[in-house]
Design a protein around this ligand. Structure first.
Ligand SMILES: Nc1ncnc2c1ncn2[C@@H]1O[C@H](COP(=O)(O)OP(=O)(O)OP(=O)(O)O)[C@@H](O)[C@H]1O
Ligand SMILES: [Mg+2]
Length: 331
């Protein structure tokens, strides 16, 4: 099967005008313009198959939004090739425009002074959605997202969560095959985040749509994505299954132990790396292959009340990956 999205050696460099501060700087720059380049996306390649839901993650300024804008045809690539559903996005052919959607959590795409429903009607006309499908889709999606009651309320009066849900309905009215979600859960409370996640999951399973999701919340990614692409400074650091990140970047597990009485700390440190010890509770990092054996030694040699072996937190691992990449590139 052909990939739905195919990106090869994509680069997107922004040319930024440099200006000295103050009025004098402004005047000077009128006569002598100086530019520098920002390498927002610097030679990335990946392919995505139909129905995949990919987590596209990375720190601020990594190049995520830029990549999604190139995939949506809002930006022209500096070099490399991009195909989405076989189309070159920057040509903006209407058959292509009808088959994808870009939703940005930080940007309002609905009309601020109109009720969301009016914006839906506008989109219906733009995309030529037939009446019956329009009615069916609006009812179904707004039920799934639990916003039927607020569709006739002016958008400016909606809460952030309600507005984001309405944004999503507007973006899905034409049943796009490909969906780019740029931080759709940003700023939402825990409940609204969960609702949004459940919806994205259900929508992906039901319609087999291909989705790229960016988020700074690891919860979103853990819940929704089997595969993740990690990008930093415009370059891909990792592309693979979420579960394998743990093995690749964190070759350890964490043993959590509660003691009945205070243990001999010097002896405890011989078991593994003692990350924390407080109030008879210890966290010890050990090599993942040795975890079971070392837990056995703890149980037989120490006054243990309770013990669990856990995977390190995904947030910590990702943070580690970024820190290490900083070390690698800053030398
Ligand atoms: N229009 C622009 N002109 C110049 N530089 C830009 C422009 N847009 C983005 N950049 C720069 O390109 C780099 C990548 O930005 P981008 O918005 O793609 O990052 P991001 O991964 O989406 O970050 P965030 O997590 O903060 O949303 C950054 O260094 C940013 O400052
Ligand atoms: Mg962004």
């Amino acid at each position: 099967m052909d990939s739905v999205i195919k990106v090869s050696n994509l680069k997107k460099y922004y040319k930024v005008h440099q200006k000295d501060p103050g009025l004098l700087g402004s005047l000077r720059s009128l006569f002598r313009r100086e530019y520098f380049e920002v390498k927002a996306v610097d030679n990335i390649s990946f392919e995505i198959d139909q129905g995949e839901l990919i987590g596209f993650i990375g720190p601020n300024g990594a190049g995520k939004t830029t990549t999604l804008k190139v995939l949506s045809g809002l930006l022209y690539p500096s070099s490399g090739s991009v195909r989405v559903l076989g189309y070159e996005p920057f040509k903006r052919q209407s058959e292509f425009q009808r088959q994808f959607s870009l939703v940005m959590g930080q940007k309002n795409q609905l009309w601020w002074d109109l009720p969301a429903f009016e914006s839906f009607i506008l989109n219906k006309e733009i995309y030529g959605v037939p009446d019956d499908i329009f009615k069916k889709t609006v009812t179904e999606l707004s039920q799934m997202l639990d916003i039927e009651d607020v569709l006739k309320v002016q958008v400016r009066k909606l809460s952030l969560g309600q507005r984001m849900k309405a944004e999503l309905v507007a973006a899905l009215l034409h049943r796009p095959k490909v969906l780019f979600l740029d931080e759709p859960t940003i700023g939402l409370d825990v409940l609204a985040q969960k609702k949004m996640r459940d919806f994205i999951k259900e929508y992906n399973q039901k319609y087999k749509s291909t989705i790229i999701l960016t988020s700074h919340y690891m919860g979103d990614v853990k819940e929704l994505c089997k595969r993740v692409i990690i990008i930093d400074r415009g370059m891909i650091l990792y592309d693979g299954s979420l579960s394998a990140i743990v093995e690749k970047f964190a070759p350890f597990k964490v043993i959590n132990v509660d003691f009945e009485v205070a243990p001999d700390l010097d002896r405890l440190k011989k078991i593994g790396k003692l990350v924390k010890y407080e109030d008879l509770h210890a966290e010890i990092e050990v090599h993942r292959e040795k975890a079971a054996k070392l837990a056995g030694s703890l149980l037989s040699d120490f006054p243990v009340a309770d013990l669990t072996i856990e995977e390190p937190a995904m947030e910590d691992i990702i943070r580690d990956v970024f820190n290490k990449s900083n070390l690698l590139t800053e030398v």
